[in-house]
Write a protein that binds this ligand. Structure first.
Ligand code: PMV
Length: 328
């Protein structure tokens, strides 16, 4: 019997990941670049318990279907040469499966907790690879601040991992998150939507073709601490990803009327000289990249939109880490 607890924080991609080169190993078709945030937190406890006959999974206080988790835990068990089933308890400090990137913090926290509970001592690169097997974006949440995800070229996926580029304390940006429509509003999962987009969207290849340049340009903007340049890439990458998704047949559209109202409001802010750059993931919420001096004003402006049910101001966040060491 061994147990460990870990915490991880969601990240928001500035250059998006949208499409896989291998869906069994969850290998991305292109790179991506993200910012880990400090408030979107997942706490996870993993307990390998000899008395269990199957894995159990409690998410936000409710028993949940453990099938997907079991498939992922089997990777940890195989590596640790363990048969033991696990009890997993996870809690998100934000709405689950709503396009607020809960799978990123979920699998990053799981990778840290489960590997430690299983007696494995993994490098951060190995943790990133393990987290990726649960969710592509989770590979990035292993790291603090800005992280770069590599598409990799190897068939076994060992080079499809993230690496940290600029730490959480090294550039004091803000991400203002407008939660649209409450919580559980997600339609198609990102996994299904990506697959459908790759198979049917005439814009999918054009989308993939933009990514390497966007990643390079974003890296240079981060190195130069140039918010206007990074913000423009952030906005444009999200729009290109959603354009490819919307061109799928039939379309995948995450946007709601309130999403557009948020985008309009961001444009008004930009018109009055405020640095504000929108991005969106597999949900209707709008996330706005800005700086510490303007985040309150951005939050106030998008908070006035009636369908915006919550506004969060996030700063760059820490790496995934253990809360308690494994114990017997
Ligand atoms: O990690 P997944 O499989 O949930 O996919 C994430 C997809 C986006 O959030 C839309 C983009 C990204 O890079 O995080």
């Amino acid at each position: 019997m061994s147990q460990a607890s870990a915490v991880a924080y969601a990240n928001i991609a500035l250059v998006k990941y949208w499409g896989k080169r291998d869906s069994a190993l969850n290998l991305p078709a292109a790179g991506s670049l993200s910012l880990t945030l400090n408030t979107l937190r997942t706490d996870t406890m993993v307990h390998f318990d000899e008395s269990l006959t199957h894995d159990s999974f409690e998410l936000d206080g409710r028993e949940s279907d453990p099938r997907k988790l079991t498939t992922w835990l089997d990777l940890v068990r195989a590596r640790a040469k363990l048969q033991t089933r696990a009890h997993v308890v996870s809690r998100n400090a934000f709405p689950t499966a709503s396009g607020l990137a809960s799978s990123a913090s979920a699998y990053a926290a799981l990778a840290v907790a489960a590997s430690s509970a299983a007696g494995l001592s993994l490098t951060v690169r190995e943790l990133s690879e393990l987290a990726r097997r649960g969710s592509g974006s989770a590979a990035r949440s292993i790291f603090a601040g800005f992280a770069l995800m590599h598409a990799g070229t190897k068939a076994d996926g060992s080079d499809a991992v993230a690496e940290p580029i600029v730490g959480a304390d090294d550039w004091d940006l803000r991400m203002v998150i407008a939660v649209v429509g409450g919580g559980k509003v997600k339609g198609v999962s990102s996994r299904d939507a990506m697959e459908h987009c790759a198979a049917t969207s005439p814009l999918y290849q054009a989308w993939l073709d933009c990514v390497p340049n966007d990643v390079q340009a974003a890296r240079s903007a981060i190195d130069a601490r140039d918010l206007a340049a990074l913000g423009a890439i952030t906005r444009d990458s999200a729009m290109a990803m959603h354009a490819a998704a919307m061109a799928s047949r039939p379309p995948v559209r995450y946007w709601q009327a309130a999403t557009l109202r948020c985008l309009d409001r961001v444009e008004e802010l930009v018109g009055s000289g405020i640095p504000a750059y929108p991005t969106m993931d597999a949900g209707p919420h709008v996330k706005v990249l800005t700086d510490a001096a303007h985040c309150q004003e951005v939050a106030r402006a998008i908070g006035e939109i009636p369908e915006v049910t919550e506004v969060k101001i996030c700063a760059p966040g820490p790496a995934a880490h253990l809360l308690s060491e494994a114990s017997d």
